[in-house]
Design a protein around this ligand. Sequence first.
Ligand SMILES: [Zn+2]
Length: 87
Amino acid sequence: MRQPVVRCVAFVELVTDWEEGALGDDERVDLEEHMAICPPCVQYIKQLRLTRAVLRETAERYGQNGGAPPPAARATLLEEFRRQRGG
Ligand SMILES: [Zn+2]
């Protein structure tokens, strides 16, 4: 089996730059090759985007610009998740 040019650790470090289009052509191609052969990293990107979407929504709701949600917001989120599940 072919070894990936980019290792998963490097992938995680570079993926933010990749999303912002800040990588050079060589790095970008290496990263995209890695994605083609490494489903866990594709899954990682999906989770990263989901997490960001939740954080952004929370930040908007609480009038903040980015950053981690305060503990109270996190508790509220967890509460909402539980309510949506009907439990
Ligand atoms: Zn990987």
